[in-house]
Design a protein around this ligand. Structure first.
Ligand SMILES: Nc1ncnc2c1ncn2[C@@H]1O[C@H](COP(=O)(O)OP(=O)(O)O)[C@@H](O)[C@H]1O
Ligand SMILES: [Mg+2]
Length: 345
């Protein structure tokens, strides 16, 4: 492999995004770092409201005016947050494609499918001939399983799953190197969901497109991703290869998420007790500590350091940090009395 192959195509460093709200600033993304390699599928998971969509949009420079941001995003070495309008136009679509949850709100009901493709291609590749536009559009639609006979139909003539396929094709027709899919199957039924996921995987293989798959559903990550990052209240709690994280979750939050997913599949409904915090006044220390069965004193006071668990897995949890190794009666007064009674019994 060349050195180039090891370079991430997207590299996020210490990204922060705050929304201004009447009650103060909501820290929706708070110090997230994340790399995506060429052709790699990365899942971004976490409960609703933890900042996944905010992060996904920030990666494309799509932060609303009401928000402030800080940190760095590099796309193939380019500093995304410093790109001007032209740079952004060249980035969004041809380099990074975005698929949203609700395909209907993104398709214009007054335009036929072929018009959508023509507008997309003309906006980014103005030199293309009519024939070339048609050829590229039909080829891409074919890849997502939409026959040429439907090229002249309107969005309302398609089912939800078909519309999502069209959105995927509209993103792929520009041959982006990275596709960000934000809950792309959430409004679809389970069968269609499985088809769309298979499709995304096939396309990733055929086109070598890297994928950031944003979802609250761990099953989807298991199915479609190589690596994953688990977000909690604006921060990454844990990241690593999907296989390793599922086999040995390093963070209590990941463990609880996995447990609730497993019990859901056996129809034994279970939730992680409590709810995610208010992001205007998040808890000090580890933001998960009020819900964490393993919380220690230090967790309430200090933001956990990131520990490398080996094999590409990292966790932000004091249970793995050097502080957890300090013996009772040892050096640090903070940790001596610690440890919640419940889990030490
Ligand atoms: N435009 C906005 N203005 C103010 N707050 C927002 C806005 N969008 C999202 N938020 C808040 O930011 C937090 C993260 O939201 P979001 O990124 O949508 O999370 P997720 O995609 O994980 O459900 C939530 O608390 C949400 O209420
Ligand atoms: Mg979201």
């Amino acid at each position: 492999m060349t050195a180039e192959a090891h370079q991430p195509i997207l590299s996020v460093k210490n990204l922060r995004v705050w929304y201004g709200t009447p009650r103060g600033a909501a820290q929706a993304v708070d110090g997230v770092s994340l790399d995506i390699g060429p052709g790699e599928a990365v899942g971004l998971v976490g409960e609703s409201g933890c900042g996944k969509s905010t992060l996904g949009r920030a990666l494309m420079g799509l932060t609303p005016d009401s928000a402030a941001r800080d940190g760095q995003i590099y796309y193939r070495g380019q500093d995304v947050l410093r790109l001007g309008r032209r740079g952004m136009h060249a980035l969004r679509g041809p380099e990074i494609g975005l698929i949203f949850q609700e395909p209907m709100t993104r398709l214009n009901p007054l335009l036929r499918i072929h018009d959508h493709f023509r507008e997309t291609l003309r906006a980014h590749e103005p030199g293309l001939s009519k024939d070339e536009i048609k050829r590229r559009s039909l080829e891409t639609l074919g890849h997502v399983g939409i026959p040429p006979t439907r090229f002249h139909q309107y969005p309302h003539e398609f089912s939800g799953g078909m519309r999502q396929r069209i959105m995927i094709a509209l993103a792929l027709v520009l041959r982006p190197k990275l596709l960000i899919a934000d809950e792309p199957t959430t409004s679809l039924d389970v069968l269609v969901e499985a088809q769309i996921l298979r499709l995304l995987k096939d396309l990733q293989r055929d086109y070598g497109t890297a994928l950031l798959l944003i979802t609250h559903n761990l099953g989807i990550v298991a199915e479609a991703c190589d690596r994953m990052a688990v977000m909690y209240a604006g921060r990454v709690a844990e990241d690593g290869p999907v296989h390793e994280v599922f086999a040995e979750p390093g963070h209590p939050y990941t463990r609880e998420l996995l447990r609730s997913t497993i019990s859901l599949s056996t129809r034994n409904l279970s939730h992680i007790p409590g709810s995610p915090p208010n992001l205007v006044h998040p808890p000090a220390g580890c933001r998960f500590h009020p819900r964490c069965p393993d919380a220690m004193q230090v967790c309430r006071q200090k933001v956990p350091r990131i520990t490398d668990l080996g094999g590409g897995q990292h966790v932000a949890c004091w249970r793995h940090g050097p502080e957890s190794a300090i013996p009772a009666g040892g050096r640090a007064p903070l940790e001596q009395e610690t440890v919640d009674v419940a889990d030490e019994a």
